[in-house]
Design a protein around this ligand. Structure first.
Ligand code: HEC
Ligand code: HEC
Ligand code: HEC
Ligand code: HEC
Ligand code: HEC
Ligand code: HEC
Length: 506
């Protein structure tokens, strides 16, 4: 049984050591095989391939290696018990003895190989668990909503970890530890649906967003043309042309103005939110960092007591208090259908297609498949019942509208995770969620009677609005007074837009 040429210490001859050596050798062969396969082909590029090759197989290899000395130790104990002579406490290693020399050789080469393999594997494991494929697709349905919206966003080329982990070793360790818990939660099906926003644990924007975006940069004003379609028979088009005063500032010029005035260059804005999603903000404090002047604003609707302020968690405002959905943007039915009509993906001459589409998208469905069926049947039925002649004349346009509505659904609705646009408030703007109006509602007052502004003109100028056939324009600095597309009188001045607008039809 013993190969005569290979002289090894007698203690290696035991079952545990044999099993350990076999496991280690098999794992090593498997590693080399899978590694070559992954390098040469695309077949093994799946997110788990890396996990198996660089995490699981090396773990098995090390396990096998550990069994070898354990087996030898027990064998040595057993041998000691059978000896009558007094024996030294430790085994004597004698390199003149070929048995010992061979064992030493195997040990040194084995250790070097192990060292190399573990350094290489841990580097690859690090790369692997930081990759977008790993974060976004390993847990399939769990991350599907975030991964899908991410792929359709301006940040599709930014890795998940650049926002969720950022640079540095301490956050790396923290993220891998919470990641290990998440893997456990997914395996045991213990995760919440929908996944709660991590805003309380997200790293400060200075260490993530500001690695790429430069807060000192001055943006100036941005023009945005927002195209709407009303829910009437003609899907009447309504455009709003806004000049948004994004602004910004630089420490050199001391210029800070516009919306990015909050960006902590010469001001510090802090606030208290009373709910987890940070939608209720009764208390705001600003500090002018140059003069040291401090102003506190309190909601006149729901003021906080001294005690509540003392106990509360005060947060310093940063990018994510406005740009909280920079990449996982779940668009509302109204927004999505407006966009599809505006870009011609849906034919806007189909009567009532805006309202039909929005209502079908906004309904509740148990699964994506049932939703896609319901959208197809719903659109067909609507035209068969109400415009039977069109069913033939515009057959093409109707089926294209169905396909586009189904695409919108797939990209923005995830019933399996209970995720849709109204689950995660978006804080930019004020149409469907309170957003800027959390503070700028005209109801936040300071002790000396100053108000956080709610003047439309503080944030943007309306330079054009209306139906393209009878559009009103203004090049005046004050722009136009807002005209609400539907006649609702002047109530838009008193109420929050989000009291009526929720991204679907009222
Ligand atoms: C541009 C920065 C950025 C990138 C890139 C990014 N995220 Fe996020 N992510 C955020 C922010 C900010 C939030 C918090 C949202 C909030 O507070 O409303 C968030 C929230 C989440 C949540 C909690 C659920 C939710 O929708 O709020 C999950 C899960 C998530 N991200 C996963 C991912 C995955 C997976 C990737 C890569 C495919 C990724 N993120 C890439 C910034 C980013
Ligand atoms: C790794 C670099 C990187 C990081 C980190 C990053 N961004 Fe970006 N961001 C970009 C790039 C690149 C673009 C431009 C994309 C384009 O124009 O196509 C962009 C675009 C934007 C835009 C403009 C979007 C639009 O609609 O045009 C906003 C707002 C933004 N980022 C906010 C954030 C916020 C908030 C964070 C932190 C949560 C963040 N970014 C983190 C690289 C980054
Ligand atoms: C007070 C809310 C608020 C804060 C805080 C804020 N932003 Fe913005 N940001 C806006 C608004 C509003 C716009 C205008 C564009 C829009 O409406 O989508 C904008 C526009 C941008 C753009 C696009 C500019 C362009 O020219 O395309 C970038 C990039 C951006 N912000 C990055 C940041 C970064 C980085 C931070 C943190 C240092 C930050 N913002 C903080 C509200 C804010
Ligand atoms: C946490 C509360 C808070 C939120 C949320 C908030 N702001 Fe502000 N904002 C303030 C405070 C406080 C001031 C300063 C009021 C003062 O002059 O004392 C201010 C001032 C401004 C100014 C005037 C700057 C100047 O030139 O004087 C603009 C413009 C502005 N905010 C835009 C926005 C926009 C747009 C949003 C939403 C994307 C927003 N803010 C969200 C608290 C907030
Ligand atoms: C604190 C800043 C602020 C104030 C005050 C403000 N807005 Fe806005 N408004 C915004 C921002 C930011 C957007 C988002 C622009 C975008 O879509 O990126 C916006 C968007 C809009 C839009 C376009 C909505 C859409 O999606 O088509 C309209 C219309 C509008 N505002 C009207 C008003 C009117 C009317 C008032 C005054 C009663 C007002 N706003 C007050 C910041 C403000
Ligand atoms: C009293 C309820 C109410 C308030 C408040 C209100 N709206 Fe509307 N709005 C409506 C109704 C009803 C419609 C027509 C149905 C629809 O399109 O949702 C409408 C339509 C619109 C549209 C076209 C909608 C589309 O589907 O694309 C825009 C844009 C709009 N409103 C902007 C605003 C803005 C900005 C504010 C706040 C300054 C505001 N509205 C406040 C009730 C309201």
């Amino acid at each position: 049984m013993r190969p005569p040429s290979m002289k090894l210490p007698r203690f290696v001859h035991n079952w545990l050591t044999y099993v350990g050596a076999t496991i280690a050798i098999l794992a090593l062969i498997l590693f080399v095989f899978l590694f070559v396969l992954q390098t040469l082909t695309d077949a093994a590029k799946a997110p788990y391939a890396g996990l198996v090759i660089f995490v699981i197989v090396p773990t098995v290899f090390v396990f096998g290696l550990i069994l070898i000395p354990i087996g030898m130790f027990f064998e040595w104990q057993r041998w000691k018990r059978t000896q009558t002579l007094s024996i030294p406490r430790f085994p004597i290693i004698d390199l003149n003895n070929p048995h010992h020399r061979n064992a030493m050789f195997i040990f040194v080469v084995g250790s070097l190989l192990l060292l190399f393999l573990s350094a290489f594997s841990s580097y690859k494991a690090y790369q692997e668990t930081d990759s977008v494929a790993f974060c976004g697709t390993l847990c399939h349905s769990v991350m599907a909503p975030e991964h899908t919206t991410y792929l359709n966003s301006p940040h599709a080329r930014v890795r998940c970890v650049d926002c969720h982990v950022g640079p540095g070793a301490d956050w790396f360790v923290r993220s891998k530890m919470s990641g290990a818990y998440q893997v456990y939660a997914v395996l045991l099906n213990k995760y919440p649906r929908p996944i709660p926003v991590p805003i309380g644990h997200l790293r400060p924007a200075q260490e993530t967003c500001e690695q790429c975006h430069w807060p000192e940069r001055f943006f100036g004003a941005q023009q945005k043309k927002l195209i709407h379609f009303l829910p009437d028979e003609k899907n009447t088009r309504w455009e709003i042309n806004l000049l948004i005063r994004t602004g910004g500032g630089s420490p050199e010029s001391g210029l800070t103005e516009g919306i990015h005035w909050h960006m902590n260059i010469s001001n510090r804005v802090e606030y208290i939110a009373t709910d987890e999603k940070r939608q209720e903000i009764p208390w705001v404090r600003i500090t002018n960092l140059k003069t040291g002047e401090v102003t506190e604003y309190m909601s006149t609707e729901k003021p906080l007591s001294e005690k509540e302020i003392a106990r509360a968690n005060i947060r310093k405002m940063d990018c994510m208090d406005c740009h909280n959905r920079p990449t996982h943007i779940f668009h509302s039915p109204s927004y999505s259908v407006n966009l599809a009509l505006g870009t011609g993906k849906i034919d806007s001459t189909l009567p009532f297609i805006k309202s039909t589409g929005v209502n079908l998208l906004a309904a509740n469905y148990p699964s994506t498949d049932s939703a896609l069926n319901a959208i197809e049947n719903g659109v067909k039925k609507f035209y068969q019942d109400n415009y039977p002649k069109l069913t033939n004349d515009k057959e093409d346009a109707i089926s294209r509208a169905i396909v586009e509505l189904q695409n919108i659904y797939r990209n923005n609705f995830f019933p399996e995770m209970k995720v849709r646009w109204d689950i995660y408030p978006n804080n930019i703007g004020h149409l469907n969620f309170p957003g800027c109006y959390r503070c700028h509602d005209g109801l936040h007052k300071s002790a000396d009677g100053k108000m956080i502004t709610n003047e439309c003109i503080a944030c943007h100028t309306i330079i054009g609005q209306g139906n393209p056939q009878k559009m009103a324009f203004s090049m005046e600095p004050k722009g136009l007074v807002f005209q609400h597309p539907e006649d609702i009188g002047e109530v838009w001045q008193e109420m929050k837009c989000s009291d009526c607008h929720r991204g679907e039809l009222p």
